[in-house]
Write a protein of this length. Sequence first.
Length: 168
Amino acid sequence: MSAPVAVLGLDPGSQVTGYGVVRESSGRAELIAVGTIRTPSGGDMAARLGTIYSRVAELIAAHGPTEAAIESVFVAKNPGSAIKLGQARGAAMAACAVAGLTVADYAPTLVKKTLVGAGRAEKEQVAFMVAQILGLRKPDWALDASDALAVAICHLNQRRMRKLAGGA
């Protein structure tokens, strides 16, 4: 029997960053924490990034995840949006790295395919499957938080598959 593992899943955004902590023990996933980090709209970008960094660091200290997983940047039509998303992602990743967590990176299509079976699934479908996997009736959290939980669950699944295939 393997030791329990707790994963911090992150769905980064410059205005809203979703987070979720999921613990897996004996093949069963359990919700530890879920929510969003909201930054002041239109505020100074450096201050917004500082908020993301600080809140992710607080989450790590409070919940003690052993690993982190983050959604990778999708190609946006607006280059400015892609840059802001990348910066938010960097702030979250830096907080994880400073805390000594390894950070796995997953494309949104892989996360959706892993949970729903379709890489282009709607956010509501992802939220429904996250609730099912965690044994909850109906999620009462933001879709950004569902996406973060989905990233954490995807990481746990990928981790399990690597173990079965003889990897680390």
